[in-house]
Design a protein around this ligand. Sequence first.
Ligand code: C2E
Ligand code: MG
Ligand code: MG
Ligand code: MG
Length: 285
Amino acid sequence: QAKNAGRNTIRFFDPQMQSVLTQRATLESELRAAIDNSEFQLHYQPQVDSTGTIIGAEALIRWNHPVRGIIYPDQFIPLSEQTGLIEPLGQWALEQACRQLMRWSEDDRTQNLILAVNVSARQFHQDNFVEQVRQAISHSGASINHLKLEMTETMILGDVSGAITKMKQLQSMGIGFSLDDFGTGYSSLSYLTQLPLEQVKIDRSFIHNLPHNENNATVVQTIISLTRSLGLKVIAEGVETEAQRQFLNQHGCLHCQGYLFSRPVPIERFEQLLQLHDNHSQGYS
Ligand code: C2E
Ligand code: MG
Ligand code: MG
Ligand code: MG
């Protein structure tokens, strides 16, 4: 045992390893402070139908770091997962999204918008997750039918039946589920039939080289026809070009999200996009 401890100690003082650990520790303590200091913000990326009408948005978290500026989720969500900080952070995002849905419900022009919120594995697996969602909704007064939760396949691994039970409880409250990044994970087809899903979201890695990449074109067509024949809705993420949008629409994927329409933007800008769209139903530029 002493020998093992010795080895670990030596490895711990490897200077490179040490600096990674220091960076992580710094990030972790900054994240904790950032939660207390409300340094987080949701950005909203439009989701559109085949006419280009905005039907909703995905809420994407950003960290407005006082020194480093905007930090994107790939740089802090994984560590938040590992340290458990995702629990307060995820709850914050959910509450924030519900407050936004509440505000939208007060205006005819926005009351039908759907807001999709990403949920991480650890957040979902908390014992009281269903209760947390219920509270976020009831505290905000948001309409439950307009909240969508984005899950990934990897989240469900390990305890499929437990996940299904939880999802069904939330579904019975009126919440819809979208299976995010579809095609990149395990893509077990049994999930598609077992989980109470409303929608499947085709991962952007299949979209970016459409329509010229024949393999991806085939994969995308297959996902679309599979999901549709199972009675599920389908949306594509990462749509950047008109050619991609056309390919998707022609093959029956009518809902799209991506830089072609807009990057994720602060709420003020998102609401401008809604108005712009009202005025000129042709485009966004
Ligand atoms: P995701 O849920 O798959 O979100 C889509 C990502 O694709 C977003 O990155 C978005 O900005 C980016 N994207 C959208 N359109 C395009 C496009 O046309 N081209 C390209 N290249 N990228 C596009 P973002 O905002 O950096 O978020 C990364 C990931 O972080 C998300 O992936 C999601 O897994 C996670 N995340 C974001 N917000 C939250 C949150 O509130 N809670 C949790 N648990 N995870 C979150
Ligand atoms: Mg997502
Ligand atoms: Mg995604
Ligand atoms: Mg993703």
